[in-house]
Design a binder for this molecule. Structure first.
Ligand SMILES: [Zn+2]
Length: 586
């Protein structure tokens, strides 16, 4: 599947980057930009500028830059498609996927056929044990139908024979429905109740199977395939979304039997992870559809661990408008068994009495002996790395204050760690200054500013003088883009650039947002071109001096040759120089 570019353009048109960033990090308007602390490096000042006109952000320290899609991708650590889904959902738009036969992530049609086959099996006499199991779990026919529950007979080739011999091995292999030994395929799911798994669009993409008789493993899922990624999918999410357009809240549970058991009792907004802990991808996906989340994990050690994992994976992307709560069950209970034993009202009471993310986190900190200095130090050592994961500066500050109070120390003095991002930013800056003089850099940025204000300047002949200098290829890439598409968005221009350094300069120009009249813009370009060209002349002289005094490097030799060769008029003196430079020795 792919997403048409026209949709991406439309999405960017209907999305305001100020809104996208502002919902995650508080922004302050100053001059023509909004500013915040940059989430992509360890920032202490507001270094990230968000420009509403250009729909663009840029960090003056780490130089991260881009449009709303890029921001979401980096901030929530998402794949491109997931970032589009997140923005589309916020804008109330549905992503139109194009079926592209070459694309390998298209769900295999075999999975849907298998779902129908297994569902049909449930009506057969051979399924009596499966039916008994479902009755035992108090699952009615209507619910079984709603979730497309089926039965895989205890045979090695039930599904294989149903498919017949026409299907290519490759397709059987890629469906995830079969195991393979040597060259023979056999049914992966045997003697199991089948719970089909759908993606958010409703396509069947995988199965979960619960064994009926004795046997291992008790639960078996499809393996990961090109269209099924466990750490990305949530069982039941499609079903909730199908029924409720605006989802008030979601309950995250550990197993599909919990989702189905709760559904049976009237709790129809539960979703389950598929045999994995809650991943950042899960959290980001859930936050896309609701702003109230309950994590309801089993009342055992594993459930406790799962809850903690959810805390860790939620902190980086937590927002002020998201409400997260935790529900805990008595030892030995899970959501399904609890509602079966105590009923709907008791379960709803548990939801009402659930504890908030912050209370849960602080309760963990309070488990240390805060009466003693050692205990407080341990508590701080435990809490600081977790609080540091929070990207939202306001929420981070609130947590930091709370931890400081509990541990009796100012934890802000302790979090100035040497994170790798800082080093990266510093080295980027070093690279910046070593290869170009500040004047030259400023000239390039000013030319960009003028172009951003008046794209028609791209057609001016003043740039031609740099045309033969390969160092300025980037400028002509940009000029060509503006000549072809005067309305091009800055983020598209940046996508077309190869050099990170030039991307940074262009981004700086975008957020600088210089207010220029057309006349001044042209003058600015001419002045800047003079600086760049004068720089060329200076360079010619300094290389010649260097040649005369001592030897020059092969790269410098080529550079000097280029400078002379691209002159409009070549003098006798130039010819002498070319001769000297092309002779092998010295
Ligand atoms: Zn930054």
């Amino acid at each position: 599947m792919s997403i048409p570019t026209s949709f991406i353009d439309q999405l960017l048109d209907q999305t305001d980057i100020v809104d996208v960033v502002g919902r995650r990090i508080p922004l302050n308007k100053k001059g023509s930009n909004f500013w915040c602390q940059c989430p992509f490096h360890d920032d202490s000042n507001p270094s990230l500028a968000v420009n509403q006109d250009k729909q663009f952000f840029y960090c003056f320290v780490c130089q991260e830059s881009g449009n709303a899609i890029h921001f979401i991708r980096r901030y929530e650590n998402l794949e491109f498609v997931d970032a589009i889904e997140t923005l589309a959902s916020a804008a109330g738009m549905t992503v139109p996927y194009e079926n592209n036969r070459l694309e390998k992530s298209k769900p295999s049609g075999l999975v849907e056929k298998a779902v129908k086959f297994y569902q049909g099996n449930l009506n057969e006499k051979t399924a009596s044990k499966a039916v008994e199991y479902l009755k035992d779990r108090k699952i009615t026919g209507a619910t079984a139908k709603k979730f497309n529950i089926g039965y895989a007979q205890d045979k090695w080739d039930g599904l294989l024979n149903h498919f017949g011999s026409d299907i290519p091995s490759k397709e059987l292999d890629e469906s995830g429905l079969f195991s393979r030994k040597d060259d023979r395929f056999y049914d992966r799911f045997r003697g199991r109740v089948i719970f089909p798994i759908r993606n958010i669009k409703g396509d069947f993409i995988a199965m979960g199977g619960r064994i009926i008789d004795e046997g291992e493993p008790k639960y078996l899922n499809s393996p990961e395939t090109s269209f099924f990624n466990k750490s990305n999918e949530l069982f039941g999410l499609y079903e909730v979304k199908e029924r409720e357009k605006n989802i008030a809240s979601l309950i995250v549970v550990e197993g599909y039997m919990d989702v189905i058991g709760l559904y049976e009792h009237g709790i129809k907004n539960a979703v389950a992870t598929l045999g994995t802990a809650v991943t950042p991808n899960h959290v980001s996906k859930i936050m896309r559809y609701t702003n109230k989340i309950f994590f309801a994990f089993d009342g055992d050690l594993a459930g406790g661990k799962a809850a903690w994992k959810a805390v860790e994976n939620t902190f980086p992307i937590i927002r002020e408008d998201i409400n997260i709560h935790f529900v805990f069950f008595d030892q030995g209970h899970d959501p399904d068994s609890y509602i079966n034993e105590h009923g709907l009202k008791a379960f709803q009471k548990l939801l009402d009495e659930s504890i908030s993310l912050s209370s849960y986190f602080l309760s963990k900190v309070k488990e240390f002996n805060l009466e003693t200095l050692e205990g407080r130090a341990q508590a701080a050592a435990f809490a600081i790395p977790i609080v540091n994961k929070i990207n939202n500066s306001v929420i981070k500050e609130v947590y930091a204050n709370e931890i400081s109070k509990l541990c009796g120390m100012d934890i802000k003095t302790m979090d100035a760690s040497s994170r790798p991002e800082i080093r990266k930013a510093e080295s980027d800056n070093a690279m910046r200054s070593s290869s170009n003089t500040p004047v030259r850099v400023k000239a390039v940025i000013n030319i960009f500013s003028a172009l951003l204000a008046f794209p028609a300047i791209a057609n001016e002949s003043v740039f031609d003088e740099l045309k033969d200098d390969p160092k300025f290829n980037f400028l002509f890439v940009i000029l060509d883009l503006y000549k072809e598409m005067p309305d091009i968005k800055p983020s598209r221009v940046i996508e077309s650039l190869e050099s990170e350094q030039i991307k940074g300069y262009f981004s700086e120009a975008v957020v600088a947002g210089l207010e220029l009249s057309e006349k001044n813009a042209l003058k600015l370009v001419n002045d800047c071109m003079d600086i760049l060209l004068k720089n060329q002349k200076d360079r010619e002289q300094s290389l010649k001096d260097k040649y005369n005094v001592r030897s020059i490097t092969p790269a410098e030799r080529r550079d000097l040759q280029q400078i002379i060769l691209k002159k409009e008029e070549i003098t006798d003196d130039d010819r002498d120089w070319l001769k000297k430079l092309s002779s092998k020795q010295d």
